[in-house]
Ligand binder design. Structure first.
Ligand code: ZN
Length: 103
């Protein structure tokens, strides 16, 4: 890099020009990332409680995608709960099977 004042070639890492003593040319400030909006329920875009819209806004996702994902999750969770109850009823307790099990 060269001194902007006198054109003297500066060594890499030199903070000041060895010829004229001027400080190194101002470097562009590191680009700041746009801060993400806070994870908050979006009151203006809300359908139920604004949770989906808030998540979508926070991550920059599509609100519709988040809503679909949420619905999907609820459906799956409902199925999981049903399967759990069925298993609860249908599956034997393992402490009652202990007698026949080989240890
Ligand atoms: Zn200089």
């Amino acid at each position: 890099m060269f001194c902007t004042a006198c054109g003297f070639e500066m060594k890499a890492g030199d903070r000041f020009c060895a010829s004229c003593g001027r400080g190194e040319p101002e470097q562009a400030a590191p680009r700041e990332q746009t801060p993400r909006p806070p994870m908050a329920r979006a009151m203006r875009e809300k359908k139920i409680a604004g949770v989906c819209a808030g998540i979508a806004r926070h991550f920059g996702w599509d609100v519709t995608l988040v809503r679909v994902a949420f619905l999907f999750g609820i459906v799956l969770k409902g199925f999981g709960l049903l399967a759990y109850i069925i298993g609860w009823i249908a599956m034997p307790r393992d402490d009652e099977r202990q007698a026949v099990e080989v240890r």
